[in-house]
Design a protein around this ligand. Structure first.
Ligand SMILES: [Zn+2]
Ligand SMILES: [Zn+2]
Length: 325
C-alpha cells in the first residue's frame, strides 16, 4: 500500500472495494456500475449518487510497458469517445503520494470536459499489471484531496495468499490462486463463483432472510435452493455454529458418481489432488437479515482452506475478524 503521508486521512466510514486482486477504500455511497474482465485484464467503474466517480483499468503484460504511451493513448481516446464534446488535457496538480517501490513509471494525468478527472497509471513489477485509475467529478470540484485519499489506500495486488473480494457491504477473502468464474450481483442475491482447475469455490449471500425462511427452515430452504447443483453429491447438513450464529449448518458431501471415486484413488496414488468432496457452511446472520452460504468442491486435503474462507467472512459489524488483509 502506498504510505499515506500523515496529512492524508481517510474517513473511517469508507468501505473496502476489492476486486480481481486489487483493493481500495471508497466513500460508502459509491457502488459498482461496471465490473468486466478478469484478473489479467479488466475494467471497473464505481458511481456515486450523482455521477461516475472512479474508473480502474488494468492489463497484464510480460515485457516492457511504456506507461507514458498508455496514458497518452488513453487521453486521445477520450476526445474520440466524447463525440462533439471537447476534452482538454490539463496539467496535473502535485499529489502528496509516495508510491510503493514495485510500481514503476508512475504517470499522473488530468483532463476536463463536461466533467473532470485526475488519475494515475503505473506498471507493477510485482503482479505484472499496468493499472490506470482515475477519479472523476463535476468541473467545479477540487479532486486533489479525494484522489490522494483514494490512491493512498489503493493496493494493486494481494499482499499475502488471500485476495479480498469486497463490494455492496459484502466482504470475503479467497486464496489468491482462485479465479473468478462467474458473478451474480442482484438486489437479493450476491454470488461469486471461483475456480482453479476442477476445484470450485462459491460464496453466496442472500438478502431478506426472514422472508425466505418463512414457513421453512434453513436446512430445507438450502436443500431446495441447491437441488440441481447437489445432484451429483450425497450432501449432509449438520447443525453448527458460525460467527456466533446458532442457525448454522456445516455442509459436507462426497461425489455420488462411482467413477469419480476411482479417479480419486488413482490420482491420489500419484500424489495429485482430486476435488470430489463438498465442504462448506451456511448460516443465518440475524442482525443483517442475510443468509450466507460458502461451498467448495475440493480435495479432502483442502478442508482447512474452506474453513478459513468461512472464518474470514465478516457477516455483520462486530463479527470477529480473525484475519486482517
Ligand atoms: Zn501489483
Ligand atoms: Zn453475522
Amino acid at each position: 500500500m502506498p504510505k499515506p503521508r500523515k496529512e492524508i486521512e481517510v474517513p473511517k466510514d469508507w468501505q473496502a472495494f476489492g476486486w480481481q486482486g486489487f483493493q481500495v477504500r471508497v466513500p460508502r455511497d459509491w457502488t459498482p456500475a461496471s465490473l468486466t474482465g478478469a484478473r489479467e485484464e479488466g475494467y471497473v467503474r464505481l458511481d456515486g449518487p450523482d455521477q461516475p466517480r472512479l474508473e480502474i483499468k488494468w492489463a497484464t503484460s510480460r515485457g516492457f510497458v511504456d506507461v507514458e504511451k498508455v496514458v497518452s493513448r488513453y487521453l486521445r481516446s477520450l476526445s474520440k469517445g466524447h463525440a462533439g464534446k471537447e476534452v482538454r488535457i490539463d496539467e496535473h496538480p502535485k499529489l502528496r503520494l509516495r508510491m510503493p517501490k514495485e510500481r514503476s513509471s508512475v504517470h499522473y494525468f488530468a483532463w476536463h470536459g463536461d466533467q473532470k478527472a485526475l488519475g494515475a497509471a503505473w506498471y507493477c513489477r510485482d503482479c505484472g499489471r499496468t493499472m490506470l485509475i482515475q477519479v472523476l467529478g463535476p468541473v467545479g470540484e477540487d479532486l486533489v484531496p479525494l484522489t490522494e485519499q483514494l490512491l493512498s489506500t489503493f493496493e494493486d495486488h494481494p499482499t499475502g495468499n488471500w485476495a479480498l473480494w469486497s463490494l455492496y457491504e459484502f466482504s470475503c477473502q479467497v486464496p489468491s490462486h482462485y479465479q473468478l468464474a462467474r458473478q451474480e450481483l442482484l438486489t437479493g442475491l450476491l454470488r461469486l463463483d471461483f475456480e482453479r482447475g476442477r476445484e470450485k469455490l462459491a460464496v453466496v449471500r442472500w438478502g431478506m432472510a426472514g422472508m425466505a425462511l418463512q414457513g421453512t427452515d434453513l436446512k430445507s430452504w438450502l436443500r431446495q435452493k441447491n437441488q440441481k447443483s447437489w445432484r451429483q453429491f450425497r450432501v449432509d447438513l449438520a447443525p453448527s455454529q458460525v460467527h456466533g450464529h446458532e442457525q448454522a449448518l456445516a455442509l459436507s458431501g462426497i461425489s455420488a458418481a462411482p467413477l469419480a471415486h476411482m479417479g480419486s484413488v488413482a490420482l491420489r496414488l500419484v500424489g495429485r489432488k482430486w476435488p470430489n468432496c463438498l465442504r462448506g457452511a451456511a448460516w443465518l446472520c440475524e442482525p443483517t437479515n442475510r443468509i450466507y452460504h460458502v461451498e467448495a468442491v475440493v480435495d479432502p486435503s483442502d478442508e482447512e482452506m474452506v474453513a478459513e474462507v468461512i472464518e474470514r467472512i465478516v457477516c455483520h459489524e462486530g463479527a470477529e475478524r480473525a484475519h486482517e488483509t
